[in-house]
Design a protein around this ligand. Sequence first.
Ligand SMILES: Nc1ncnc2c1ncn2[C@@H]1O[C@H](COP(=O)(O)OP(=O)(O)OP(=O)(O)O)[C@@H](O)[C@H]1O
Length: 225
Amino acid sequence: MILLQTKELTKIYGREPNLVKALDGVSMEVREGEFVAIVGSSGSGKSTLLHMLGGLDRPTSGEVHIGGKSLFEMNDDELTVFRRRKIGFVFQQYNLVPILNVYENIVLPIELDGNAVDKTYLEHIVKTLGLAQKLDSLPGELSGGQQQRVAIARALATKPSIVLADEPTGNLDSRTSQEVIGLLKVTSKQFNQTIVMITHSEEIAQLADTVVRIGDGLIVGGMRT
Ligand SMILES: Nc1ncnc2c1ncn2[C@@H]1O[C@H](COP(=O)(O)OP(=O)(O)OP(=O)(O)O)[C@@H](O)[C@H]1O
């Protein structure tokens, strides 16, 4: 089943005469549970695409559908709620709250939404990501790889249907990167969560089910690994 679909997604930044066409009519489909890596050179439009997929910014034209919902037909308030419930974000900077411990960081998005924590699900995520012994630690007491695993646990905590990750291993060494992405893959497969991840690393891209290559705002290639 198709979970995410874009139609002729176009984003133009700036004003005449300094227009930048960051996305030039991208149409793509991602299946439920699929792990997609987006690769491409610097400035090719990867982050712009991811921001549009997550409804963080509106396109100049074109559409994004997630689970049959058209993101940009929603108003800003509806979009904010949709994002919080359906989409998990992981960024290169872990964006953890330094004064909250690991557990508090992970459950923060659930509590912001006024929901109860599903203890069994959460325990499973925490265990799979190897964080069970670290729940009382502050982010500053953890290694980079551990902090990114906390950020992943937080992104998965609300049971999103899709996780969008922008260079999640950009700050990590190669071995830790493989480990963190391996864990993300395992957890998301267990819960049939879809992942779309930007990476500069061909090694990391090989862990995905599908690699989408972007060049000059267009899809220039794709392959199932
Ligand atoms: N807010 C903005 N205002 C103006 N131009 C922008 C803005 N954001 C991105 N761009 C331009 O759009 C193009 C695509 O940028 P984008 O950040 O999507 O590329 P990228 O593939 O993610 O690059 P990188 O790998 O370096 O992060 C670039 O030419 C960039 O300069």
